[in-house]
Design a binder for this molecule. Sequence first.
Ligand code: ADP
Length: 493
Amino acid sequence: MVTIDRVLIANRGEIARRIATALLEKGIVPVLPITEKEYSQAVAGFKDCRLVNSPNTIYLDSDALVALAKSENCQAVHPGYGFLAENAGFAELCEGSGLIFIGPPASAMDLMGHKERAREIAKSANVPPVPGFSIDGQSDLEIKKMADRIGFPVLVKASMGGGGKGMRRVDNPEALFDAIRMSKSESAAYFGSEDVFVEKYIVKPRHIEIQIFSFTGGRTVYVGERECTIQRRHQKIIEESPSPVVDEKRRREMGEAAVRIADSVNYIGAGTVEFIVDESLNFYFLEMNTRIQVEHPVTEEVFGVDLVAWQIEEAMGTVEAITQQELRGAGHAIEFRIYAEDPDQGFMPSPGKILLYQEPAGPGIRVESAVTTGSEIFADFDPMIAKVVVRGHSRQHALDRAKWALSNFVIFGVTTNREFLMRIVEHPAFQSGELDTSFIDHYRADLTAKQDEISKEMLLLAAALRKTNGNGGKQAAPGDSQDFYPPVNIRLP
Ligand code: ADP
């Protein structure tokens, strides 16, 4: 057993809040670097945490984070789930400085951090990756031949890529070399590497991923799947578990494939093996994310586990390894990512001050966020405001709760995708589970705001103003008659 009583969280916002909660539950003090701009608004949200006023670049600065952890007497670092969470160099730096890195071994992160290398690992573990090829050292003629062989459309991808960056669909041979050139320069700019490769573009695919957890001592379990097919710009916005199309047999096949991949790199801790699934439900390895993911709550809701607590217990040496048979999913959970962005303007971020914030609450509703009334969404960071996770005894029950939760989530002052998400939930194709990754583009006309919805929004605002006394988004107590002065400059869709 290892004593851990102070942990540095190398991240911000809802991520930091989620991890801080898991630490506080165990009596561990979370130490959080908070940038000057966000410091005053963080104080209320991170009660019982040690907050350290830090420069804006802190979350990308490995050396500064390690120095902070040492000076704050932390024994461990949790990287959160962005920026440095998949950086093997950061994990090594922590371990080299005598700090426990709460995540997988740097060696496993390193192996999986390069998509082309990860594809080879999958093959060795008897899991097919998407058909594709390396362009390294190949002549233009050979590249063209290989692309013709797998068939157009193809996808040019950055080996070190993430967040959908450096990825280009190519529909015909004439466009191939331009796409390779552009992907290379985008990849160099974002990831400092020109490595790109070519994959077959799977038409109308679903993105389905398997959550795994590897316990020290050699047991890896799969904790069901997450359907993450609803995406904009190759980035997920709605995730659910279980997938509407995965039956027990396929779950076992995909789960066992994910476990083989994790075991082949001696994985430890939480990880996700991502698959792309074609129209006939054949699945192909896409990549492995060597960290806890944004969408982990849907798995936790269905399986009744706490993945972040497991990570911490794994680091402390106190985790009790669970068996595959003990993991039984029940019901259905769906997560919605609420962003300060404008779906009608190409999902452009819309930073600004939140003038009124009220989270929905009720049975089967979990909200993860780190903002309140008066918080500002800054252009410097990812514009996610909150995640709403709903759980029901069936998919339909979860969908009903989703409608209720999303329509009772009050966020004024910044444009959000809340209503856009509601229109997805209400869409017949989403309701029936007929999904593919082009859903948003395909149904764009149905998902665009209609004029008459503005009046609905006004009614909601009026109701919210009546109920609120401006106390940080909490509902006013019955009989509380304190006046609330309506905010000015409310932006309506
Ligand atoms: P990143 O690491 O940048 O997120 P991924 O490889 O995980 O990239 O892919 C992100 C998304 O891009 C997938 O969920 C899927 O929607 C799309 N995608 C990736 N590879 C393919 C492919 N071969 N065919 C079709 N779509 C793909």
